[in-house]
Design a protein around this ligand. Structure first.
Ligand code: ADE
Length: 369
C-alpha cells in the first residue's frame, strides 16, 4: 500500500467512513508487523513444507494447539513422507491418532496420500483447486496449505478468522452459516496482499487465538487492529460474533464392561463404518443395566462370572452425540464356555494399549485396564 493511500485510510478511519473493503484492506500493514514480533514458535512453523503444513492443519481442526504439539512430532517421526502415510497400516495410523478424536480426519489423510501418490507424483499439489479436491481438505485447509506452504494469495478462514473479521467489521451475521464464511473468503481474497500470504493468514489466526480470544474478554489493548475495529469502538465484544444455535446432541445410554480373565481383557473391533469406525472398544451394549443383567447381556454364563462390580459413570461428548455410560468390572473364571464367542476377544492386558487403537471415549474405563 502506498504511503499516500495509508494516510488517506487513517483520515477516513478517524471520520469513521471506511467501507467494508477499506476496513479489511487496512488490516494488512498492522497485522503483518505485529505477526513478526508475536508469532508463537510452533513445530510446524519451523519448516513449513507442504506435507508438514497439511498434517498440522488437519490436526488443528477441532483440536487445541497445545494438544496437537506432541501428536504432530510423533506423527512426523513415524510417517515423515506422503509415501509413508500412503503405505501405513490402518491400525498403526489409528494408534498414532488415538486420543485426538475425529478419526475420519486420519482416514482421509491416508486416502488423500494415496491420491497424491497416484495423481500428483507423490507431492502435494500447489494449487488451491487441486488441494480442495483431496479428501478431508475443505476451503480452510486448502487455503492454509496454499498460502503457508506455497505462498499463494488465498485466504484461510477458520473459526478464529471468522471471529476476528466479524469483530473488525462489527458484522452481526451468524458465523455458523456457510454463506457467511463464503462471503468472508471472497472479500479477503480480493484484498489480501499478494506477498507474505503465510504471515497474513497465520497472523489472522494468531490474533484470533491469543488476542481476540474465543472465550471471555478480548485483549484489545494488544491487538494490531484495535484502531480499525468497529466492535472495539462500539464496545460490542459480548455481542459479536453472532453464533446461531447448534442442533441439540442426541444422548445415548451405554453399559461398558471391563471384562477381565486372568491377565487378559476383552476388546472388540467396531464396524468399519459409522462413529469410531474400525477402532477397538471395550464390550458395551445399549442402555444402562443393573449388575444382575450384565452377564446375560454380554453372553456370559453365570458359572463363568466370578464378580460384577460397578465402576463410576462416565460421559463422552462427540459433535452430534453424547454417550452417558454406566460401567462394570467383570471378573471371569478361566476356562468355561462363552455364548457370544466372536462378540469380543481377549488380549493380554499389557499388550492392549500398545497395539490396539482404543478411542478416548472409553478412557474412564480403559485407564483401569
Ligand atoms: N490453528 C489452525 N491453523 C493454525 C496455525 N497454522 N497456527 C496456529 N494455530 C492454528
Amino acid at each position: 500500500m502506498t504511503k499516500h493511500l495509508y494516510d488517506r485510510i487513517q483520515v477516513l478511519e478517524r471520520e469513521d467512513e471506511l467501507d467494508r473493503q477499506q476496513r479489511l484492506k487496512a488490516m494488512a500493514r498492522p497485522l503483518l508487523s505485529w505477526y513478526e514480533g508475536h508469532a508463537r514458535a510452533l513445530p510446524w512453523r519451523d519448516d513449513p513444507t507442504p506435507y508438514r503444513v497439511w498434517i498440522s492443519e488437519i490436526m488443528l481442526q477441532q483440536t487445541r494447539v497445545e494438544a496437537v504439539k506432541p501428536y504432530f512430532e510423533r506423527f512426523m517421526a513415524a510417517l515423515p513422507t506422503v509415501q509413508a502415510l500412503a503405505a501405513v497400516e490402518d491400525d498403526r495410523l489409528m494408534k498414532l491418532w488415538e486420543g485426538l478424536g475425529y478419526y475420519t480426519r486420519a482416514r482421509n489423510l491416508k486416502k488423500a496420500a494415496l491420491m497424491i501418490t497416484e495423481r500428483h507424483g507423490g507431492e502435494l499439489p500447489g494449487s488451491y483447486e487441486a488441494l480442495l479436491a483431496l479428501p478431508g481438505i475443505g476451503s480452510y485447509t486448502a487455503g492454509a496449505i496454499a498460502s503457508i506452504a506455497f505462498g499463494l494469495p488465498v485466504p484461510a478462514v477458520d473459526g478464529n478468522v471468522l471471529r476476528v473479521i466479524s469483530r473488525v467489521l462489527a458484522d452481526r451475521e451468524d458465523i455458523r452459516q456457510p454463506s457467511v464464511k463464503a462471503r468472508m473468503e471472497r472479500e479477503l481474497r480480493e484484498i489480501m496482499p499478494r506477498e507474505r500470504t503465510s504471515q497474513y493468514n497465520q497472523g489472522l489466526i494468531e490474533v484470533g487465538a491469543i488476542v481476540c480470544v474465543p472465550g471471555g474478554e478480548p485483549r484489545c489493548g494488544e491487538c494490531p487492529m484495535e484502531s480499525i475495529c468497529l466492535t472495539r469502538r462500539q464496545g460490542l465484544w459480548k455481542e459479536i460474533p453472532v453464533r446461531g444455535a447448534l442442533k441439540k446432541r442426541k444422548v445415548e445410554e451405554l453399559t461398558v464392561c471391563l471384562i477381565r480373565r486372568g491377565e487378559e481383557v476383552a476388546i472388540h473391533k467396531r464396524p468399519d463404518t459409522g462413529l469410531l469406525a474400525s477402532l477397538y472398544e471395550l464390550p458395551n451394549v445399549t442402555g444402562h443395566l443393573e449388575p444382575d443383567q450384565v452377564p446375560g447381556a454380554f453372553g456370559l454364563s453365570a458359572d463363568l462370572v466370578e464378580a460384577v462390580e460397578p465402576l463410576p459413570a462416565a460421559k463422552h461428548i462427540f459433535s452430534h452425540v453424547e454417550w452417558h455410560m454406566a460401567g462394570y468390572a467383570v471378573s471371569l473364571r478361566e476356562g468355561g464356555e462363552m455364548n457370544r464367542e466372536g462378540a469380543f476377544f481377549f488380549v493380554e492386558r499389557s499388550a492392549v494399549k500398545g497395539e490396539y487403537p482404543l478411542p478416548g471415549a472409553f478412557k474412564a474405563y480403559t485407564k483401569l485396564i
